[in-house]
Design a protein around this ligand. Structure first.
Ligand SMILES: [Zn+2]
Length: 247
């Protein structure tokens, strides 16, 4: 099991305890996702403490793009350090921390970087399906994952191609039917990944900070919805995730 989206630098617990618990639960790798340049550097530092177990990503989150002008620094980080993905990047029209135009411009510039460095992109999308669809269609050649997917099957199928993946969090453990369950049912199994988005998005019954060990509960739910045995589906998803991030 790979937790493909964690923010370990936000956790209050000691990293060694978080890693020990994750290993005990069968987590084989953690993708530590930056939301701006500073947090990406922290993520990278943590990754360097656990080579082969934690990998870091760099990107400017749509809630962090207001006034952002550090593209040169971003490019330098990408060319000099070992990041496995550009992310998280995207559009957030719910929080709207920056005007749409600014979010779109920053998102596209970062997709250009993903293309240039031949890295996959981790995408955050909230209440922005229409613009997201247009932009993703311009970047069909860039490998990408729509993280914490909670939109409709129709949207998923409209952006699905061989380079598009969908990742689910503990949010799905609360759903019995409806939008997200339909999406899990209809998205091909080899385009699905799992994540915690810790310290956020606790699965049902988990109190306090979420952590990578809990990704097991997300896998349980997907196995139940897809009606495939947990070990088998776990192996498929792990393979997808390793290929996606070139681990
Ligand atoms: Zn996140």
């Amino acid at each position: 099991m790979i937790d493909t989206h964690a923010h370990l630098f936000y956790l209050k617990k000691q990293l060694k305890d978080v890693v020990a618990k994750a290993k005990k639960e069968g987590v084989t790798h953690i993708i530590n996702v930056g939301v701006n340049i500073d947090s990406a550097r922290k993520a990278l530092k943590q990754a360097q403490e656990y080579p082969g177990y934690i990998s870091a990503t760099i990107g400017v989150h749509p809630c962090d793009v207001a006034g952002f002008s550090g593209f040169k620094t971003l490019k330098k980080e990408l060319s000099t350090s070992n990041y496995v993905s550009v992310g998280e990047i995207g559009l957030d029209y719910y929080h709207m921390s920056a005007p749409k135009e600014e979010q779109i411009e920053c998102f596209k510039k970062q997709l250009d970087l993903a293309r240039e460095f031949n890295l996959p992109a981790i995408i955050h999308s909230r209440e922005s399906d229409d613009d997201m669809k247009l932009i993703l269609n311009e970047y069909q050649d860039v490998k990408k994952v729509l993280h914490c997917f909670s939109s409709s099957v129709d949207f998923a199928l409209s952006v699905l191609n061989k380079n598009t993946y969908f990742s689910f969090t503990g949010m799905i453990t609360f759903a019995k039917k409806g939008k997200v369950i339909n999406a899990i049912k209809q998205i091909p199994i080899d385009h699905i990944m799992i994540e915690t988005d810790c310290p956020y998005m606790n699965p049902i019954g988990i109190k306090g900070d979420n952590e990578p060990a809990n990704v097991s509960l997300v896998l349980d739910k997907i196995a139940a919805v897809k009606q495939i045995e947990k070990n088998k589906i776990g192996m498929i998803i792990e393979k997808t995730s390793r290929n996606f991030f070139a681990l």
